[in-house]
Design a protein around this ligand. Sequence first.
Ligand code: G4P
Length: 289
Amino acid sequence: MNSNQKIQWFPGHMTKTKRKIQASLKLIDVVVEIIDARIPISSSNPDLAEIIENKPKLVLLNKCDKANKTANKKWIDYYSKKGIKALAVDCKSGKGLNRFVPAVREILSDKFEIQKNKGIKNPILRVMIVGIPNVGKSSFINRVSKQSRAKVEDRPGVTRGNQWYTISNDLEMLDTPGVLWPKFDDETVGLHLAFTGAVKDQIMDIELLAVDFLKAMIIEPTPEFAARFKFDINEIKGYEPYELLKLIGKKRGMLISGGEIDTERAANLVLGEYREGKFGNITLEFPEE
Ligand code: G4P
């Protein structure tokens, strides 16, 4: 990918989504933003703070199984300093999701108290899920929602047409997540989304993408990456990225007629193995110190 390849999003679609989320805000107590723990900056929506105004937010650093554990902690601290609760979760296995309901209750403890003082016996709290494509919204919804949808048609104050999932006896979730857009016009964002597979490879130059990914590997090679291709970890730092790609192709016997190395195949291999987590748990973005 080069800087001319940008992520496309239709302005009309953005306006519609924004309006839909803002209309739903009246019905919910907490916005749950799901991001990818490996790329918390690139996988978050740049306009969310403005869209949700003062609504409390819970951040889920999803796919934490593929991210660096120290980096996960750093991000949780970073959000905490900003007064935002964040949890590292893995919606594929369900790891960390047992902390979701307590975290929402903690965020809403004051509201809970007020409602109880008003004599509301079993106040129900509601959340909505938002996030850019591929961060794990559906995986999250499938994991936490109980089998049946909550029946709310006859409940006062709840707009007809909105469907809710029951999460626990006091927590419900709007059934359709808000699908947001990533930051445009930022080359790093585009690259990081492509590395993790959030942007489809078909629109990318796969070799350029793999070369860009290998740049990061050269700066900070992981033992898993070195072992996978039988490199000496200290040697990796001396390579040029394209040279490294060719070497990987050669080591895997990826040759085309004439004995040339099939760098396109090598590029697909590198990115595929990164996405599968075969190079270890790699976080590509860290909070500012
Ligand atoms: P979305 O609704 O936000 O678009 O995301 P979705 O849940 O469809 O998840 C996108 C991909 O990310 C899926 O993989 C899903 O399995 C994977 N995923 C979601 N959460 C996690 C997680 O915490 N850890 C890991 N490792 N993966 C996660 P897929 O390849 O598209 O589907 P599948 O082959 O897993 O079925």
